[in-house]
Design a protein around this ligand. Structure first.
Ligand SMILES: Nc1ncnc2c1ncn2[C@@H]1O[C@H](COP(=O)(O)OP(=O)(O)OP(=O)(O)O)[C@@H](O)[C@H]1O
Ligand SMILES: [Mg+2]
Length: 373
């Protein structure tokens, strides 16, 4: 409580100074005035009459006490004023920059930062809290601005395609019949964007509702692998599953399956983009492993696709992530799957991580959840 620089210690020291000054004043004034007063009284007393001696001694005592006390009170009041003035100046010197920073933040300027004031550890803590608050607001504001520009960017392509088609129809270059599938595809893309954004904002605000129940991780993974098998077959990419544990975990099966399905879809895209599979000249392969490591079950999805460079690796979980060799954003996903996956895994008290030896050398995504005992 009473740390070396705490404000309580400073106030206590101030009070002790006032009391000390008063006590010292009493002693000093008493020592200075008492002898003269006693001397004057004794000179006036009739030494042969003990009663007058006693009366003069008592009066001398009273007046020297009164004088010492009056001077001490005066000096103590002065000392209290000086100490209060000193403390008040220090307090306002510490509070003024904090108030200015709070006003700056309230006005929307999140660059406000306060230096530690001259008064006490408590004020330093307050300063740190104000700085942390404005820093956090600045980063929220920055990500909000980025979100809008990302959104505008994602909407631009389908809208441009729709506009081009309409102009083609007006100019008679494109037939209405021909443009319907194109227009429909872009409308579907915009619909998907709006539902993905809804999902993303719910996930980031921790507003997704989960229904957890004990479930076997491997069986959910097997279900996802079965569901994706056809797409893999059509793309000519081999998909294998190796289950080494039947451990159970607290799962929201639908959401957990969503994470695994996104990983399988990403791995397929990365493999096909690397020129593997049916369209490429080399066969691609995605391997899924379910293992237990201590108190966790890990699901690993390993592909031999385009891979991810070390600089891009930390950004694959960013929303609207655009990673790898210039991706065609007019047809692929919006880069939301992994952002939502991370939120879902954190709700499962688990993790999701990405690893890649580098571009062209494949990637491995790992999801872990705590084992249910
Ligand atoms: N296995 C992988 N190999 C290489 N790059 C990958 C892999 N998985 C993801 N990425 C990169 O990370 C980006 C983000 O993935 P994410 O799943 O979040 O979005 P997406 O698949 O593009 O779209 P969607 O929102 O439909 O999932 C991908 O666009 C891709 O560039
Ligand atoms: Mg995806």
């Amino acid at each position: 409580m009473l740390t070396r620089r705490s404000i309580a210690r400073r106030f206590l020291t101030g009070a002790a100074v006032v009391v000390g000054v008063a006590v010292v004043t009493i002693f000093v004034v008493d020592a200075l005035v008492s002898p003269a007063i006693f001397h004057a009284h004794l000179m006036q007393a009739d030494l042969s009459n003990p009663e007058t001696v006693l009366r003069h001694v008592e009066e001398g005592m009273r007046s020297s006490n009164m004088i010492a006390l009056a001077v001490a009170i005066l000096i103590a009041v002065l000392a209290a004023l000086l100490v209060s003035l000193y403390l008040a100046t220090r307090v306002s010197a510490s509070l003024a920059p904090l108030a200015a920073a709070a006003r700056q933040v309230a006005a929307g300027d999140y660059t406000a930062r306060v230096d530690a004031g001259p008064l006490g550890a408590e004020f330093d803590e307050l300063t740190e809290a104000v700085n942390a608050m404005s820093q956090r607001l600045a980063s929220v504001e920055q990500s909000r601005t980025r979100l809008f520009s990302d959104l505008a960017h994602e909407m631009r392509t389908p809208i441009a395609v729709v506009q081009a088609q309409l102009e083609g129809i007006e100019d008679g270059v494109v037939g209405v019949e021909d443009s319907i599938p194109v227009l429909r595809a872009q409308a579907e893309r915009l619909t998907r964007l709006s539902s993905d954004i809804g999902l993303l904002s719910q996930a980031q605000e921790h507003a997704l509702r989960y229904e957890f129940a004990p479930g076997e991780v491997a069986s959910v993974v097997r279900g996802c692998v079965d569901d994706m098998a056809l797409r893999y077959r059509e793309a000519g990419v081999q998909l294998t599953l190796d289950v080494a544990t039947h451990a159970r975990a607290q799962l929201d099966t639908a959401r957990f399956a969503q994470v695994i399905t996104n990983l399988l879809a990403n791995a397929l895209n990365a493999t096909v983009s690397a020129g593997r599979g049916r369209t490429g000249d080399r066969g691609g392969h995605v391997h899924v492993g379910v293992r237990r490591h201590g108190n966790e079950v890990a699901v690993q999805v390993r592909d031999d696709g385009v891979g991810i460079s070390p600089e891009e690796l930390p950004h694959v979980f960013d929303r609207f992530a655009r990673v790898g060799p210039a991706r065609d954003r007019s047809s692929g996903g919006f880069g939301i799957g992994l952002t939502v996956a991370r939120a879902i895994m954190s709700a499962h008290h688990g993790r999701i991580s990405a690893d890649s030896p580098g571009p062209g050398r494949g990637a491995t995504f790992t999801v872990t959840v705590p084992v249910l005992h």
